[in-house]
Design a binder for this molecule. Sequence first.
Ligand SMILES: Nc1ncnc2c1ncn2[C@@H]1O[C@H](COP(=O)(O)OP(=O)(O)OP(=O)(O)O)[C@@H](O)[C@H]1O
Ligand SMILES: [Mg+2]
Length: 150
Amino acid sequence: MNDNKTQVRVIIPASAEHIDLIRLTLYGIATKLGFSYETIEDMKVAAAEACNNAVLHAYGDHEEGEIEVRFEWDDDSFHIVVKDEGRSFNFREHADGREASLEGRPLQELQAGGLGIYLMQALMDDVQVSTASGTEVTLTKRLERNEVLT
Ligand SMILES: Nc1ncnc2c1ncn2[C@@H]1O[C@H](COP(=O)(O)OP(=O)(O)OP(=O)(O)O)[C@@H](O)[C@H]1O
Ligand SMILES: [Mg+2]
């Protein structure tokens, strides 16, 4: 993390009712950074999809778990990092133990089932996944030209 980077972390219980807190925090930070209303709405949808995946796929129905969301930004870009410590992506089971080599690869190379990941890719400038421990999804948006950093 370079010196100009700011980080805000929010940890929520992994349940659907708490995802609103991520949307609200994201709204606050993205507004402060000067993102347009449309871009903020797009980022809210993408972040909610990542959180939903953690709620639905990482932890079982009766398992306790947490989702950590880090908001990180510098002069160039804004990152939303959604991390869980639950079961990881199904593709690991199909990867014949090659999961380490999947680390950091673009998501389009991974076997993904539903719409959530495609939506994240469509709405953000970049989407990366790490499965080193649980799942960590990094959603990136470049700062828009006339955004003023405070
Ligand atoms: N945080 C996660 N933990 C474990 N597995 C995950 C996680 N995120 C995604 N996955 C796996 O990746 C698959 C694809 O996710 P994606 O969001 O694209 O589709 P979906 O959640 O199955 O359906 P949809 O989002 O359209 O309701 C999931 O079905 C799940 O197997
Ligand atoms: Mg999903």
